[in-house]
Design a binder for this molecule. Structure first.
Ligand code: BDR
Ligand code: CA
Length: 322
């Protein structure tokens, strides 16, 4: 099947490493009745795996979505030591939010089993997976079940960089850099991949005005999102810089989730994406080839976003009764 004729997706798994922007993405998904959220699976990335798993359960509890199972996943990348991005997410991964021990239980079985089981028991092409951290869990699931790649619906990824350059090295984005070998497995598997890289997430910035719009909503989920956005704003000012008064921190992980809810918010281009796994200098670089046959291309690269539309969507969903 060509990427131009994706089947309607009925269900979704979110694989993530919360992470302040993962937290916003989860709150958006938890609040979106359009998405049948089958499970949240977690992976070591921004913070260690036991912390991302706990954080996902904290967020689930705040959102009142204990119906969604959370499965803990890979502690380390396929071939490399664990990375970490605590300076952008806080030592506990949730910025200023004081972590607590969540009451909701951990899902039965590890993330890899959950991904394989949930996808394989549903009709081919009907289950999407949004990967918002290193792609370790999905790569391991593909190794475990060889038919997974052809049975999956779209794999919607936050990762990569082309025109924007990298955010962890000169040419690599964090999620791909953290586990380039896993990204290579997924991108080479033949499944449909839609990549939301820094090229597009850097267009979606949480300006002061946009943060204030979220702060006006007084639900627990909205307060959590606002706290994540305020934390990122402070970190961006301190670590990256603040070139103009109306600047804002980029909102990475909510982009693929927003696309699943409202695809018209983004412009995509068919392409072929390959990942550098050998060179130390350019480890995790995404080589994006747009000179492909659009009728057979398996990958798409988001090139433009309606940033205000993404924030309006977040506000709209967070306003809805929980
Ligand atoms: C990505 O890296 C992580 O730190 C964020 O959660 C996001 O998934 C951005 O490069
Ligand atoms: Ca993430």
């Amino acid at each position: 099947m060509s990427i131009q004729s994706l089947p309607p997706v009925s269900s979704l798994i979110i694989d993530c490493d919360p992470g302040v922007d993962d937290a916003v993405a989860l709150m958006l998904a938890f609040a979106a009745p359009e998405l049948e959220l089958l499970a949240v699976t977690t992976v070591g990335g921004n913070v260690p795996a036991h912390t991302t798993q706990r954080n996902a359960r904290i967020l689930r509890q705040i959102a009142g979505r204990e119906d969604v199972p959370v499965h803990g996943g890979a502690e380390r990348p396929l071939k490399r030591p664990p990375a970490g991005a605590g300076e952008f997410h806080g030592p506990e991964g949730l910025g200023d939010l004081e972590p607590f021990e969540p009451t909701g239980i951990i899902g039965d079985g590890p993330a890899v089993n959950a991904i394989v089981d949930l996808v394989m028991k549903r009709p081919a092409g009907s289950t999407a997976i949004a990967v918002l951290g290193p792609m370790t869990n999905l790569a391991l699931a593909m190794k475990r079940e060889r038919r997974l790649a052809e049975h999956l619906g779209p794999v919607v990824v936050m990762g990569g960089a082309r025109s924007e350059g990298g955010n962890i090295t000169a040419s690599a984005e964090f999620n791909i850099w953290a586990d380039p070998d896993a990204a290579a497995v997924v991108l080479g598997s033949g499944c449909e991949v839609i990549a939301f890289s820094l090229d597009v997430t850097h267009q979606v910035r949480a300006t002061e005005e946009r943060i204030r719009a979220v702060e006006k909503i007084k639900t627990p989920s909205a307060k959590t999102v606002a706290s994540m956005l305020r934390f990122s704003q402070r970190i961006e000012r301190r670590i990256v810089g603040w070139p103009t008064p109306d600047w804002g921190a980029p909102l990475h992980d909510p982009c693929p989730v927003a696309w699943l809810i409202q695809p018209a918010l983004f412009e995509l281009r068919p392409c072929r994406i390959e990942v550098e796994t050998v060179s130390d200098l350019t480890r995790g670089h995404t080589a994006v080839e747009f000179r492909v046959d659009p009728t057979t291309a398996r990958h798409r690269w988001a090139v433009a976003a309606d940033a205000q539309g993404v924030f309006d969507l977040i506000v709209d969903k967070l306003k809805a009764p929980e």
